[in-house]
Design a protein around this ligand. Structure first.
Ligand code: UFG
Length: 333
């Protein structure tokens, strides 16, 4: 029996695949390669290239493989883009998840671990945010993640499909091995963009707004190392296997850093001055997002160990400085 990693060629999915292989699990990767990279999938892993919105394709994979559990990473995930093109998010994220759940139901696959997001919460008064907080997304992206969670809830009620939804805060860093890391085109996430400046690929970093109600006026986020994040997925799969009920968990490190603090840490790690330009606010950005991950710690036994922001940025820098053009050479793009 195998675990299907849907979106397994993407940034987080590729780290999950390696962690599952390290645990000697059988893994099948499904990815459209719209944003993922075939180079990140290990050679000895069965890889199916296709889109989860393609019913026939997905059905064939589930017919061919003995899939026991699904880890679902396949989605568009940019807050800014979702404000300009919300229907792209409804189509790929919501409709894609609908087809995946339909296929799982048809083939009697009863467990799914799902990549949700802190973007489901929107602007909150009380920090850190617990899973009990009222969800009120400020972006179309967050709204689609909430819709996907709700879809899974109703599939549990109707078909007994158990889910664990993991609400990620800001995922960053790269594999300690240095073999895989973050490679988005275009890159919009803060830490890789800052490191592109240090790599000489951008002249400066634009800070999106300096008049938020925070100490230095820039947004505060909770950064979580991708390998710690992936550990929670392995625990969630075990939790479901042991008969755990459907559940939702925050994944963060319970500490917040402003955009300016991230830039300063990156200056220390890279030794580059990293010039800054203050730009306009980006639509959909809440001022502060900090997680309480107490529930994941107590229920799943999750214990993140790479929570130091310098370590997170060092691991990201190790990947970016050795792979300035991601998985491929610049001439191939
Ligand atoms: N930022 C800048 N300049 C940049 C890029 C980002 O100032 O060039 C700022 C953003 O405005 C934000 C912070 O840096 O305040 C972090 O931005 P990211 O784009 O790195 O991350 P987001 O917080 O927008 O979103 C990320 C994921 C989402 C997830 C969210 C949860 O992309 O999937 O974290 O916190 F939902």
């Amino acid at each position: 029996m195998s675990i299907a990693v849907v979106g397994g060629a993407g940034y987080i999915g590729s780290h999950a695949v390696r962690a599952l292989l390290a645990q000697k699990r059988d893994v099948v990767v499904i990815d459209s390669l719209e944003t993922g990279h075939a180079e990140s999938v290990p050679d000895d892993v069965q890889f199916y290239k296709g889109d989860i919105r393609d019913r026939a394709f997905l059905n064939e994979v589930f017919e061919h493989e003995q899939i026991e559990q699904v880890v679902h990473f396949a989605a568009n995930s940019l807050v800014g883009e979702s404000m300009e093109n919300p229907l792209k998010y409804y189509d790929n994220n919501v409709f894609g998840t609908q087809i995946l759940l339909e296929t799982m139901t048809k083939h009697g696959v009863g467990h799914i671990v799902f990549s949700s997001s802190a973007a489901t919460y929107g602007e909150q008064k009380d920090m850190p945010i617990t899973e009990k907080a009222q969800t009120d997304p400020t972006s179309a992206y967050g709204e689609t993640k909430l819709a996907m969670e709700r879809m899974m809830k109703w599939c549990d009620a109707a078909h007994g499909t158990k889910f664990v939804s993991l609400r990620y805060f800001n995922v960053a860093g790269a594999s300690e091995s240095g073999v895989i890391g973050e490679d988005h085109h275009p890159e919009t996430h803060l830490i890789p963009v800052v490191l592109q400046v240090a790599n000489g690929q951008r002249e400066h970093i634009s800070i999106f707004g300096e008049d938020y109600p925070t100490e230095d006026g820039t947004c505060i986020r909770d950064y979580i190392h991708v390998e710690d994040l992936v550990d929670a997925h392995l625990l969630a799969l075990d939790y479901l296997k042991k008969g755990g009920e459907s559940n939702i968990f925050n994944l963060g490190s319970n500490q917040g850093f402003s955009v300016k603090e991230i830039v300063e840490t990156a200056r220390n790690v890279t030794g580059h001055p990293i010039p800054v330009v203050i730009g306009d606010k980006r639509a959909g950005d809440p001022a502060v997002l900090i997680a309480s991950s107490e529930k994941a710690r107590t229920t799943l036994g999750w214990s993140p160990s790479r929570t130091d922001i310098t370590t997170i940025i060092e691991h990201a820098w190790n990947w970016h400085k050795n792979h300035p053009n991601g998985y491929k050479g610049a001439e191939q793009r």
